[in-house]
Ligand binder design. Structure first.
Ligand SMILES: [Mg+2]
Length: 290
């Protein structure tokens, strides 16, 4: 895992935050003709998606034929950002900070976002800078209303059709992940969940999280693909040899997100970009003849 150690940690600041780039890439781009017989051009968008881009073609042309393990982030990846589920957690974190540090909502908001950006999760920042005890925090902030989630049979079928193991890698808790997956009715298709506690409270994108995850589940990164909604969480997986897929919201132009969260989708560590995960997975399975 020496490759991971050389990956710089503070990735958020190194990307530009050019919103125009973000809007530009939302329009589907033609998929470069792959050399391995995959025919995914109608559903995939690829970073620098043209055949004249020699520096990206080898990665982009790498297909899914040898994939054994399918790794999924949870929040805003397996369900759409606009359901505002994560925003409930976001608000509960803010309320927790108000009580914990005896400060107002505005200051709590500032700290929350600052720690999230610098430490990977707000919790990690609160632990390191304020001695937060994480167990109660995790329990309280994930007590949200999961009812906006409804069964997603298209996604369930697409995941089921993929050959090999499927695993969740989340900065949230196992209990929250289980609740989300039950509501979506996709839980039966996953072998396991690697949550923030399994990661010993270290968050993505810290390299040690991916190292622990790969070791725990004996995943060969060269035969694995990872799906994520945050580009910065794909940098280490890419360095380790995984295929990386950035999942962006449908019609993303109107979704309000922090610019740094949107940055990075043009980065070389993003192999594929899709705004329709189920359709993307269906295309892979079809190309493999599943
Ligand atoms: Mg996510």
């Amino acid at each position: 895992m020496s490759a991971a150690a050389s990956v710089p940690m503070n990735m958020a600041t190194k990307y530009g935050s050019d919103l125009r780039n973000f809007l530009r890439i939302d329009r589907p781009r033609p998929f470069p003709v792959a050399t391995d017989s995959l025919r995914l051009k109608s559903i995939l968008t690829v970073k620098n998606g043209n055949t004249e881009s020699p520096e990206t073609k080898p990665r982009s042309a790498r297909g899914f034929g040898g994939i054994e393990t399918w790794v999924f982030d949870l929040d805003n990846t397996l369900y759409p950002h606009h359901l505002n589920l994560w925003q409930q957690v976001d608000q509960r974190i803010r309320d927790y900070i108000v009580d914990f540090l005896h400060i107002g909502q505005d200051e709590a908001f500032r700290l929350q976002k600052d720690y999230y950006r610098r430490y990977g999760t707000t919790m990690r920042g609160l632990m390191e800078e304020h001695g937060l005890e994480p167990d109660q925090f995790l329990e309280i902030v994930h007590q949200i209303d999961h009812s906006p989630l409804t069964p997603n049979p298209a996604l369930a079928a697409a995941i089921a059709a993929l050959p090999g193991r499927k695993l969740i890698l989340t900065n949230g808790t196992r209990r929250h992940a289980e609740a989300v997956m039950r509501r979506l009715e996709i839980d039966a298709h996953f072998e396991d969940i690697f949550d923030i506690k399994a990661a010993e409270l270290e968050p993505k994108p810290r390299p040690v999280v991916y190292e622990r995850f790969l070791a725990r589940h004996r995943v060969d990164p060269e035969r694995a693909v990872i799906f994520e909604d945050l580009a910065r969480n794909l940098e280490v997986p890419h360095a380790l040899g995984m295929i990386t897929v950035l999942v962006v919201p449908k019609g993303t132009g109107v979704v309000l997100r922090e610019e740094w969260e949107l940055a990075g989708r043009d980065a070389p560590h993003v192999d594929y970009v899709t705004d329709d995960l189920a359709e993307f997975l269906r295309g892979i399975a079809a190309a493999r003849g599943n």
